[in-house]
Design a protein. Sequence first.
Length: 277
Amino acid sequence: MRRVFYIVTLVLTCNLYAISAEYDSNPQQAAVWYGVVRKIPPYIINPEMKPSFYSITYYLQGDTSFNDTIYKALYRTGDEYCAGLRTSNDGMKVYIRPTDNFVRDPWWDRTNTEYLLFDYNVEKGDTIFAFDASYSGIDDMGVDTSVQYRWVVVDVQITEGRKHVWVQGGQTNHMVEWIEGIGTRYVLCENAYEDALGYNYLTYALCAADSEGNILYSFNTDDVGVHNKNCEWEEIEEQSIEVLKDNTLLFRKSLQKGLFVIERNGVSYTATGVRIN
């Protein structure tokens, strides 16, 4: 079991207005993120191989500047500076400026570009263009997936004093939750990539903490294949969940050899819909 620091990214305070009596217009900010990397072996090499996991650290430390603009410096394991983060003057938007170390690819170059990362001054139904933090990196075709995409705001809620914004869109029309003061469950610097041997690496958040190490938020990571045990990960060996309607089995979700499988009407599929048998 290892402890991991992970970036869900910095989200800064919302100072404009209070949406409800529960809303804290100045929520405590995360500065350290604990997370886990899921290393997925190429199916073509050995279909029986299961994913492995290891730890990674992301944290904010000091300031950096670019063209007279001040950013908070974001680092990952090994004191590797990978991005700068800043907020707008009203605290409602968060921006990111990647560095050369943002992804491990010599052809990637977005170091002179600032992207909108989060926007908390939105309402349900709004459309915005922002960075896709869940797919930051280079895919297996060499395509840069860490650019701004169209997002539609699906819902906005207040939970424990923080604004939670659900948006849908991005590179694959997926759903992402933005949490004020915390960020998302996805790492920023090279969240998803494939190495030369065909192994895929995906990074997920376990917890976000303040600069003193106090835990501010914990994520459920069971769907990744690990339990979140007080911000430390523990691999799940086997689990199965049956979904019933009127006592009739609709489908069964299970973890088999480290892979999530959905069984319906005697047919098994991967989590992405690929038929197994």
